[in-house]
Ligand binder design. Structure first.
Ligand SMILES: Cc1cc2nc3c(=O)[nH]c(=O)nc-3n(C[C@H](O)[C@H](O)[C@H](O)COP(=O)(O)O)c2cc1C
Length: 182
């Protein structure tokens, strides 16, 4: 698949029909690990999480995190709760990979995430990023046994897509482009 096609087709997937196979995961993680990195330090570590108990706890931590979001303009508390429930449910039928990195090395890890996401599309898979911050991030890091000199960049869900992704909302093309100065 042409790289532009993969970029166009990549969408955040929050409904999965089937997990990716171990071979599929290893192939796309390998594409991830070909990302550029500061000083070529390759500061990334990946954890394939196939223990359903751990996956369940990761989804619960995310649920508890997102249900604390203040409602957006015009949103009710019930809608916040329902979005948090969807975040938990989005782990269903998905393979889970935690992307970790050395402290302050997150930029390199995120480049891996994009490589993985595009490679997944080329292989007929979908991905979804799950981010954690604050106490929830610390809980997830403890759960995953991430050592103190590393941190969690994000958790990736990977699998056969069960949806096309939400309708695309994009800023108008080139509305973000400047010349010489901001
Ligand atoms: C840094 C980062 C954190 C994200 N965290 C989450 C998340 O916790 N849960 C989620 O459902 N999507 C998450 N996303 C996905 C975005 O919501 C998604 O990329 C955005 O809505 C655009 O949709 P698209 O990826 O389908 O183009 C995250 C994306 C990025 C880049």
């Amino acid at each position: 698949m042409d790289v532009y096609e993969a970029i166009e087709k990549r969408r955040t997937i929050r409904v999965y029909k089937k997990k990716a196979t171990e071979d599929q995961i290893r192939k796309i993680i390998l594409a991830g690990a070909k990302a550029p990195s500061g000083g070529n330090r390759q500061p990334w570590e990946f954890i394939i999480v196939d223990d359903e108990k751990i996956i369940d706890q990761l989804s619960e931590i995310k649920y508890q995190l997102n249900r604390k979001f203040p409602p957006q303009a015009g949103e009710t508390q019930k809608e916040v709760e329902s979005r948090a429930v969807s975040q938990k449910k989005s782990f269903e039928n998905a393979s889970v990979v935690a992307v970790c990195c050395g402290l302050e090395q997150a930029a390199s890890a995120w480049l891996c995430v994009e490589n993985i996401s595009l490679a997944a599309v080329a292989d007929g898979l979908g991905t979804g990023i799950v981010s954690y911050w604050g106490e929830a991030k610390k809980q997830a890091e403890k759960l995953l046994g991430i050592p103190a000199d590393h941190e969690l960049a994000c958790v990736l869900k990977i699998g056969v897509p069960g949806e096309e992704g939400t309708p695309r909302k994009r800023r108008p093309e080139f509305s973000w482009l400047h010349q010489n100065r901001f």
